[in-house]
Design a protein around this ligand. Structure first.
Ligand code: COA
Ligand code: AMP
Length: 631
């Protein structure tokens, strides 16, 4: 099948195109209304359809005779465990946990937070919620109690599901204590906390609200999946915005299932029964779409990997997993490849494994630099597919659609728009620009099925953040350009969001924490280039008084504050003292200028700058402190 015909069909006749894709799912009630408007006058898909994600991911395959196929392979080098979980076993675990949730009084429309490491029970919890229409919100384990508390107050869960602990390379991460701390901090108090004890010798301090996971599952009845309207929210997933408050992306059910089934076949090029591996975390959108729901919907075996690309135990782990579990397509972030390349530059460890099962290597989460793309291609000798998407979209927006026809790879580009995404590059005035001209990456409405349906209980922020900037378009927040063949090159965020090791973080949020330190008069936090993580946050602070001594104590306290409030995942390790910050005459700090100087990108000194002599001061600080390209 030719990509251009397939793509054009999706843009010219979206309703016909997506109705036909939706027919690949087993609906309880097949939709007859394909595209309509919701109460906020925003597009929604398959309004009158009814289905259940948990049924489609589990029961359907058992009914089709695949109960003994592996649904999940849990591979955990940090605990030295491997577990093969069939669809039959998955059914038992999920349907009983769903029964347990029902016994605890949960029903359709209630919310639950899942704060768990990469263990099978995290997937069971997601699927058990989906089985009875409970809306889950998975929070990434690298976030601190404060961040968890913000999410508790926003989505007001009736219950939290957690585990005793996680394991990061060689340290124990206290999940349950973090939940207890978050509940103390939050205004909303969940009724119960279900705790899965990993039995790793970690002592759990029990509270009155605790319910033991294993005992609950043991005594609960198995229950059937309940039909859900297509527009019913399947989950809320928080992501960084340009303010200190994260945005709760709401995902529907029917559009999402349609988009994921479509993605597995046409983007990732895998057939039912194949093994697929996304080396991410259930706390991110990749985990939702391509560890949990996508592969399971498509009857793929999904790999649940609890480890890191390096040090668990070494830089050969990824290759071992691919080879041992017969992975056909794999997905990771370029940062993981850079970490492996640093430890094993010649690929000596990789050569120890038979990787002939691997057909495609996908990369996303951040811009893929050409050196990383080339190295991966040389080592793996399969197509390396960079593809672009966001928490908001839920599935890829720009990709080489290898299941349709493999197009030539152009280093630096995520390739061509995926079916359903009418991607345009706009200027400040919202006009489409010529090829090769950089602008704002926007998508003409309607977005295809599976993309965000709103922000949780905040339709105004949804409109302000995504729809108002360019009427008739969804604004992605990224900049980029197209070449003469229609390939899109993403150049990076145009706002205060940074991407650290594939993790999306808000510098505005970090600034709020840094500026609340008692010694800080003002500050700027922005992302600078990092060889492994792509970007890392850097803080520049101006002290309230030049007479303040023990500046290294202040620096350490600020680093600790950010770690305590946001979490280790912020990777905030550099804060430097400067005498002043460059500002416009109206007092706005010129963060982009600070970043460009650090990374030695081309920059113009804005004509509105208050005092241009400050640039030399900043440059000399960068040199003496070995910041950015000076390190
Ligand atoms: N739970 C608790 N803590 C976590 C965590 C989790 N799930 N994930 C990360 N952290 C902690 C780490 O332990 C580390 O803590 P430290 O400061 O005490 O060392 C901190 O957060 C930063 O972690 P990370 O960003 O993972 O950096 P690293 O230096 O430990 O590892 C890489 C570097 C490149 C190996 C790692 O970032 C990586 O594997 N990246 C790929 C990420 C990815 O797949 N993203 C996909 C999103 S699509
Ligand atoms: P997240 O919502 O965490 O998935 O982060 C989405 C952001 O990551 C996007 O808006 C981009 O800025 C960046 N991103 C993701 N994939 C790519 C890619 N393939 N190329 C460039 N940037 C990417």
């Amino acid at each position: 099948m030719k990509y251009s015909k397939f793509y054009n069909d999706s843009i010219d006749n979206p309703e016909r195109f997506w109705q036909s894709q939706a027919n690949n799912l087993a609906w309880y009630k097949t939709p007859s209304t394909i595209l309509s408007k919701d109460q906020h006058n925003y597009d929604q898909w398959f309004e009158d359809g009814e289905l259940n994600l948990s049924y489609l991911c589990i029961d359907k395959h058992i009914e089709d005779g695949f109960g003994n196929q592996n649904a999940i392979i849990y591979d955990s080098p940090v605990t030295n465990t491997k577990e093969h979980i069939t669809f039959n076993t998955l059914h038992e675990e999920v349907s009983k946990l769903a029964g347990g949730l029902q016994n605890l009084g949960l029903s359709k429309g209630d919310t639950v937070i899942i704060y768990m490491p990469m263990i099978p029970q995290a997937l069971y919890a997601m699927l058990a919620c989906a089985r009875i229409g409970v809306i889950h919100s998975v929070v990434f384990g690298g976030f601190a109690p404060h961040e968890l508390a913000i999410r508790i107050d926003d989505c007001k869960p009736k219950l939290i599901i957690t585990a005793s602990n996680g394991i990061e390379i060689d340290k124990i991460i206290p999940y349950k204590p973090f939940v207890d701390e978050a509940i103390v901090k939050a205004n909303h108090k969940p009724e119960k906390v279900i705790v899965f004890d990993r039995k790793l010798g970690v002592n759990i301090q029990h509270k009155n609200y605790d319910v033991g996971y294993s005992a609950l599952v043991e005594k609960s009845p198995s229950i059937e999946a309940i039909p859900m309207p297509s527009t019913h929210p399947s989950y809320i997933l928080y992501t960084s915005g340009t303010t200190g408050t994260p945005k709760g992306i709401v995902r529907d059910t029917g559009g999402y299932a349609t988009a994921l089934k479509f993605s597995m076949k046409y983007i990732y090029g895998v057939d039912e029964g194949d093994t697929f591996w996304a080396a991410s975390d259930v706390g991110w959108v990749v985990g939702h779409s391509f560890i949990a729901y996508g592969p399971l919907l498509n009857r793929n075996t999904t790999i649940l990997f609890e480890g890191k690309p390096i040090k668990t135990p070494d830089a050969s782990t990824f290759w071992r997993v691919i080879s041992e579990h017969n992975v056909k397509a794999m997905f990771t972030a370029p940062t993981a490849i850079r970490a492996i390349k640093k430890e094993d530059p010649d690929g000596a460890l990789l050569k120890k494994y038979d990787l002939s099962c691997l057909k495609y290597q996908f990369l996303a989460g951040e811009r893929c630099d050409v050196a990383t793309l080339n190295w991966t291609e040389e080592q793996l000798k399969v197509p390396i597919i960079d593809h672009w998407w966001q928490t908001e979209s839920g599935w890829p927006m720009i990709s080489n659609m290898v299941g349709v026809d493999l197009k030539p790879v152009k280093p630096g580009s995520a390739s061509l728009p995926v079916c359903g995404y009418n991607i345009q590059i706009l200027n400040e005035e919202g006009e489409e620009v010529e090829n090769s001209v950089e602008g704002y990456v926007a998508i003409k409405l309607p977005l295809p099925p599976g993309t965000l349906s709103n922000l949780w209980e905040n339709p105004e922020r949804f409109k302000m953040g995504y729809l108002n900037r360019f009427p008739g378009y969804y604004f992605s927040g990224d900049g980029g350009y197209k070449d003469e063949d229609g390939y899109v090159f993403i150049t990076g965020r145009v706002d205060d969001i940074i991407n650290v090791a594939g993790h999306r973080l808000s510098t505005a949020e970090m600034e709020e924490i840094v500026s609340s330190h008692k010694a800080v008069a003002e500050c700027a936090v922005f992302g600078v280039h990092c060889e492994i993580k792509g970007q890392k946050p850097l803080g520049l602070i101006v002290l309230k008084s030049e007479k303040i001594s023990e500046t290294n104590v202040i620096q350490k306290e600020i680093i600790q504050d950010v770690r305590r409030e946001i979490g280790a995942v912020a990777s905030f390790r550099d804060v430097h003292i400067v005498k002043r910050l460059p500002k416009t005459r109206s007092g706005k700090i010129l963060r982009k200028l600070l970043r460009n100087i650090a990374d030695e990108h081309q920059y113009n000194i804005p004509s509105t700058i208050d005092d241009a002599s400050i640039i030399d001061e900043i440059k000399s600080t960068y040199q003496t402190q070995k910041i950015g390209i000076h390190k």
